[in-house]
Design a protein around this ligand. Structure first.
Ligand code: ATP
Ligand code: MN
Length: 477
């Protein structure tokens, strides 16, 4: 007999047919009603057991978490909450769940508790919904780029260049940690290491992606990225997934257009394809908001937040304008910001970014033309000599979701920048070559996939939108 998914059983026209289904028990009530879930949808299928015909020892084994194979007739349900149910004719317990020990009881568990049980947490409605949305979003990412003529490039995870400039790196080494070969000055001799040089986990695939943009034209990466920054925030992971499109002959305006169009596409895609999960997550968010003090509650529901992005043009504002706005803002004058904005050149913190989006402009914001001093070496220098063609996209509740730029395409200017920033130009010979052979204006950006999932699901901690989060002091599983 064909095994149906719960999702299919609930939507397909199978009334009065004999069906078969496999899944895990969510609840078992009155020795009669099993709510079975198989991960295909947030909804359960109700399976009604005839307890008079079912042996006592089988009934005993039906408990939350147990794996079952059920056969029966799909009938209209007279009970509340579901249209159809299965009248069970055959039931097999495939795997017991040891109810005295099983951690995921049919009650509300805290997100912290579930993080400690990350191997089981996708058996809850919340994490099932989050991970289905995550999967759909990642498919939408590929769809968008593939539909628009981009080539998917897999840039290396182990990198030999330490010039990516985006933060602290994790070293990759095969040397004996207790007894490494040393140079005369006492430093570790990486010439004897596996790759004959010092290597790290990548913090960005951008530099390598640029080489592909300068031949394939439009490319994107979508892969794991690592940062050893010790920032224990709800928006930072040590291992996260980044999407990095890079396009030849595209300037910063084109880059902004691309980023806005791309984000709107993927958000629209989940709105259309994850209705049930989003409906659940919307209710979850409402419940969570109710537990917060009135003044910390978000004024938007999840659907409103998603439409806030879809229905608004992203407001494009220069860094210089933004600094003026922030300097003159109430929270700055009243010293409500943790970091007070004193002058031009300051790096913006997430509190400032959120103020601009949530309080001042009330729409997603793209900040551009940042001070060269606070941005990476590869960003194109403006004629004013002090700002670069950088852009960050700022979202409600999150702050920065995208960081990008038009890249410096002029050999001399780039070389000068590399030198003044104290980067070893020999390390970057291949990157500089791009500016020697057929150089062209080009641009790209990086979007942290988990920040996107965080936004789309209305979750508040980035640890809850990746299957097994890696953060300082934590790499269980
Ligand atoms: P932030 O200022 O928030 O630390 P960043 O400026 O270091 O970010 P970029 O180097 O511009 O970030 O990286 C591009 C994008 O990658 C960011 O816009 C963000 O969406 C995401 N990102 C950066 N660092 C992390 C991290 N540690 N965990 C998850 N996502 C990240
Ligand atoms: Mn950034």
């Amino acid at each position: 007999m064909k095994v149906y998914s719960v999702k299919d059983l609930l939507v397909e026209d199978l009334l009065l047919q004999e069906v078969s289904v496999k899944g895990w028990v969510r609840t078992f009530r009155s020795n009669r009603f099993i709510a079975l879930n198989d991960g295909s949808t947030i909804h359960n299928i109700q399976c009604v057991v005839d307890f008079e015909k079912t042996p006592e020892e089988v009934l005993k084994r039906i408990s939350t978490g147990a794996a079952l194979h059920i056969e029966g007739t799909l009938v209209e349900s007279s009970g509340k909450g579901q249209k159809v149910e299965i009248q069970v004719t055959r039931l097999e317990v495939l795997g017991d769940s040891h109810p005295d020990e099983y951690p995921i009881q049919p009650k509300k568990h805290s997100l912290e508790f579930l993080r400690e049980n990350a191997h089981l947490r996708t058996r809850t409605n919340t994490f099932g919904a989050v991970m289905r949305v995550r999967s759909t979003l990642s498919f939408a990412v590929h769809r968008y780029f593939q539909n628009n003529g981009f080539n998917y490039v897999n840039t290396p995870i182990i990198t030999g260049s330490d010039a990516e400039g985006a933060g602290e790196m994790f070293r990759v080494s095969a040397l004996d940690a207790k007894n490494p070969p040393l140079n005369e000055d006492g430093s570790v001799n990486y010439k004897e290491d596996f790759f004959g040089k010092e290597t790290n986990l990548t913090v960005s695939g951008q530099l390598e992606a640029e080489t592909y943009a300068m031949s394939l034209g439009k490319v994107y990466t979508f892969g794991p990225t690592f940062r050893a920054e010790n920032s224990n925030t709800s928006r930072h992971l040590a291992e996260f997934w980044m999407i990095e499109p890079e396009v030849a002959f595209m300037d910063l305006d084109g880059n902004m257009d691309l980023a806005e169009d791309f984000i709107k596409y993927v958000i629209r895609y989940v709105l259309e394809h994850c209705k049930d999960d989003l409906e659940f997550l919307e209710k979850r968010l409402l419940d969570e908001e109710k537990t917060k003090p009135q003044n910390e509650r978000s004024s938007m529901t999840l659907t409103e937040k998603l439409h806030f992005v879809l229905d608004n043009n992203f407001k494009r504002v220069s860094y210089t304008e933004a600094i003026d706005i922030l300097k003159n803002s109430k929270p700055n004058k009243k010293k409500k910001f943790q970091y007070i904005i004193e002058e031009w050149g300051a790096d913006l913190q997430s509190e400032h970014e959120r103020f601009l989006v949530e309080k001042h402009f009330k729409c997603p914001v793209i900040l551009f033309d940042y001070p060269a001093k606070i941005k990476a070496f590869y960003m194109r220098l403006n004629d004013d000599g002090k700002t670069v063609r950088a852009m960050d996209i700022l979202f409600p509740g999150i702050g920065e979701i995208v960081g990008g730029s038009q890249r410096e395409e002029r050999y001399d200017v780039l070389l000068e920048k590399v030198k003044t920033m104290g980067i070893d130009e020999k390390e970057l010979w291949w990157y500089l070559d791009l500016r020697k052979y057929g150089t062209a204006v080009h641009s790209g950006f990086g979007l942290g996939f988990e920040r996107l999932v965080l936004f789309a699901t209305g979750m508040t901690n980035i640890r809850d939108v990746i299957p097994f989060p890696r953060t300082p002091q934590s790499a269980e599983f």
